[in-house]
Design a protein around this ligand. Structure first.
Ligand code: ZN
Length: 111
């Protein structure tokens, strides 16, 4: 369902990554949010264990490497292990853009 966005633009000033999807939609993700949601094994394990990633809000994206099915993101704190598949990026962007619009009522971590 998620084809590769023909255009991905990282803005160092606003610290946002803009994804231009093939169907014309546009989604934005904050660099700090991407770092928080890092998809590498190490960071996933920390989240699964219920921990929080200790990342700075000032962290920025310094490089985007195309991996075909997604992108590998390199952050200013030196972390560069996470590969973000397209569907994962789309999901992240949706949870950010419309936090109130939770049709399935899934709010992990909240009692
Ligand atoms: Zn990671």
């Amino acid at each position: 369902m998620n084809d590769a966005p023909p255009q991905i633009v990282s803005n160092a000033v606003t610290r946002r990554l803009t994804l231009h999807w093939p169907d014309g939609r546009e989604q934005q993700l904050a660099h700090a949010q991407l770092r928080q949601a890092c998809a590498c094994a190490e960071c996933r394990r920390i989240r699964i264990d219920g921990g929080a990633l200790h990342t700075s809000d000032d962290v920025t994206l310094v490089d985007v490497q195309s991996m075909g099915y997604g992108v590998q993101l390199v952050f200013s704190d030196g972390h560069a292990r996470g590969i973000y598949p397209w569907h994962y990026l789309a999901q992240l962007a949706e949870t950010q853009v419309s936090p109130r619009d939770q049709a399935h009522g899934q709010t992990p971590g909240e009692a």
